[in-house]
Ligand binder design. Structure first.
Ligand SMILES: [Zn+2]
Length: 310
């Protein structure tokens, strides 16, 4: 690894006041620190983000979240960038207010701390597209009495009020922030090992709780239960081996709720994958061990490890 301190254009948001801090692999990998996107590694081969990718601000928000909440510096390469982009979450206007409040909590060193903000650089903290949208969320949570704002000439500060801390205690953990992962797969005996030695250990290693409907005793109607548990999950893993309709249904439902879906299939069935979902990037596996390794890698790359259970 060699330390640099060069000014470059950010490969993600194009900001020109960005620093190349480190390189490794003979300059093939670059560590970037951008005032908007935060810190990340990117390989030169993947440095060009697709031009038609309209949601660059979401990618900035995704990196800032990994930096701020998990102390993770994400690493982009030509292999993972496509699935990360495909799986970026969608948040509603009201969710973004809670997200901003959570970010302020994370940045507060103690209750009452005045967190300094620069709207031109910190808008990704609210998963906003730009400074205007960010200001809207900040004013909204201020009007709701959750933060007190203070401004000087060149920056402003926000500190979470007592009501804000109370609100965070009650509602700070949205389903999308929770730790459960819904597993959609065939329950056949032939795939038992893929579950036991493949999916389950990979999900647990990443710090999440795998939820498979047939493994949990319940008395409710199965569809209602499935829908509730998908809503309660942060993301869904769909292994489409054996081509069960239920697996496609559950994955489609999760996508409708804007929950990320990680797709996988055993290599002898790759040609059977349903036409509509074929374009998604599937983990193609041969052995449960291989599935476990690839899945763990994909979870870390696209969702990030969970720190709640670690
Ligand atoms: Zn940037």
């Amino acid at each position: 690894m060699s330390t640099k301190n060069e000014k470059v254009d950010c490969p993600i948001c194009s900001l020109n006041d960005t620093t190349l801090i480190n390189t490794r692999d003979r300059g093939g990998d670059c560590e970037i620190e951008c005032p908007i996107c935060g810190k990340y590694w990117i390989t030169r081969s993947s440095k060009k983000i697709p031009d038609n990718f309209k949601e660059k601000s979401k990618l900035s928000a995704w990196i800032r979240e990994k930096n701020l909440f998990y102390d993770i510096i994400p690493e982009f390469d030509s292999r993972n960038i496509k699935s990360i982009i495909e799986n970026l979450p969608y948040y509603s206007t009201s969710q973004k207010q809670i997200i901003l409040l959570r970010a302020l909590r994370q940045k507060s060193k103690y209750p009452g701390d005045k967190v300094q903000l620069n709207e031109e650089q910190d808008f990704p903290l609210a998963w906003a597209d730009n400074a205007n949208e960010f200001r809207f969320y900040l004013q909204s949570i201020s009007m709701r009495g959750f933060v007190e704002l203070d401004s000087t000439l060149d920056h402003f500060t926000a500190n979470i009020s007592h009501a804000g801390w109370e609100y965070l205690d009650k509602y700070g953990e949205l389903p999308a922030f929770q730790n459960q992962v819904f597993i959609a797969m065939s329950f056949s005996k032939a795939l038992e090992e893929a579950w036991e030695k493949g999916i389950k250990p990979a999900v647990e290693k990443a710090g999440y709780k795998p939820y498979r409907i047939d493994k949990i005793p319940h008395i409710e109607r199965i569809d209602a239960k499935i829908i509730t548990e998908i809503k309660n999950s942060k993301f869904l893993i769909a292994d489409v081996t054996e081509q069960k309709n239920g697996v496609y249904y559950e994955a489609g439902f999760a996508q409708g709720l804007k929950r990320p879906v990680i797709w996988s299939v055993r290599n002898d069935e790759i040609d059977e994958v349903h036409f509509d979902t074929k374009t998604f990037n599937h983990i193609v596996w041969e052995t449960p061990k291989e599935l476990s390794q690839e899945l763990y890698y994909r979870i870390c790359a696209t969702i990030g490890e969970s720190r709640t259970q670690k």
